[in-house]
Design a protein around this ligand. Structure first.
Ligand code: HEC
Ligand code: HEC
Length: 278
């Protein structure tokens, strides 16, 4: 482990994790798992070619969304990007709170409304992993926001306790929210972000792209009542409906293919427990 990483972990630990024994200590393995499955950072940060993610260009950044409101370019977050000059604590804050070391705010659509709930342990694991990915010097360009960005996405965060891992609706909520941002894509998005408070899981967001246009589905019990758990699991991890038809991007099926079966089960338990909407 790099000295800097060890120091940052010590710094994070100082904030008081309040989670002794609740889950494993931060690890590279956990960071690798999170980034490359449920968190799917590469769905936005890895350049896509006609065949999918461009090999050798993982996490080097790309244009994510262009609209009247903004041109959002996800940054190069390999150790060759701007992040190389940031301490681990600074990188952690950028990911969880959306604030860079110079105080500037990271713009949408990176889902800070839920990333603010990433536990200290998982955040440390993600940072640890990002320091180890191949450094690829590549400049994806800069974002331009024609809308004012908020000064921050909320008050400064001191500490977020770990959620005990298990096939529980509670851990499923953590996977589908803070880690996977399923809830963001699947709740109506307005100028204030996704309406998690009133319309959690209702769906209805339009995603234009090279695939045409997809609309996020209702994933409350109203939308999912006709599916068995197994069918829902197949839709999440294979992007395939019970009739064999393939589902459209930008849901990151390629990343979800390797989510642990227990984690998929926890997510489904959670979705079944949502207040029915729609
Ligand atoms: C929905 C798309 C999306 C997802 C998912 C996403 N990001 Fe981002 N990210 C962006 C965009 C767009 C920017 C640039 C915003 C700007 O220019 O202000 C960005 C910026 C960043 C930055 C700031 C880098 C810099 O040089 O300023 C970091 C660090 C970062 N992302 C890390 C991550 C990590 C780690 C994950 C996964 C846990 C992740 N992002 C998931 C879209 C995304
Ligand atoms: C980047 C946005 C995005 C993310 C992240 C995302 N989804 Fe989706 N999801 C979509 C879209 C768009 C569709 C519709 C695809 C289609 O119509 O082909 C969809 C479809 C679905 C469906 C199919 C429902 C049906 O009735 O057809 C399920 C189930 C689902 N998502 C669950 C999830 C879960 C669980 C997660 C997190 C682990 C997740 N989604 C993350 C955008 C997203």
């Amino acid at each position: 482990m790099k000295q800097a990483t060890r120091l940052a972990l010590a710094a994070l630990a100082l904030f008081g994790l309040g989670s002794a024994g609740a889950s494993a200590a931060p690890s590279l393995e956990r960071g690798d798992y999170l980034v490359n499955t449920i968190m799917g950072c590469g769905n936005c940060h890895t350049p896509q070619g006609p065949e999918g993610p461009i090999p050798g260009m993982e996490l080097t950044g790309q244009l994510v969304e262009k609209s009247e409101a903004f041109t959002a370019v996800a940054a190069n977050i390999t150790p060759a990007g701007r992040v190389k000059d940031w301490s681990d604590a600074e990188l952690a804050r950028a990911i969880r709170e959306g604030i860079r070391p110079d105080g500037s705010v990271i713009g949408p659509p990176m889902p800070f409304e839920v990333y603010r709930g990433i536990s200290d342990d998982d955040l440390a694991s993600v940072v640890m992993y990002l320091r180890t990915v191949p450094a690829v010097a590549s400049d994806p360009g800069a974002s331009q926001y024609n809308i004012p960005l908020p000064p921050a996405y909320g008050p400064p965060i001191e500490s977020v306790a770990a959620v005990p891992e298990g096939v529980t609706a509670e851990y499923g909520a953590y996977l589908a929210g803070p880690l996977g941002h399923c809830t963001v894509c699947h709740s109506p998005i307005g100028p204030q972000g996704a309406d998690l408070a009133n319309n959690l899981g209702l769906g209805g967001n339009h995603f234009p792209g090279p695939w045409g246009e997809s609309v996020s589905a209702n994933i409350t019990p109203v939308g999912l009542s006709g599916y068995s758990d197994e069918q829902i699991a197949t839709m999440i991890t294979k992007g395939m409906r019970p009739d064999g038809s393939h589902m459209l991007p930008p849901m990151p099926y390629g990343f979800y293919a390797n989510i642990k079966p227990d984690d998929v089960s926890a997510i489904i338990l959670y979705l079944r427990s949502l207040p029915p909407k729609g």
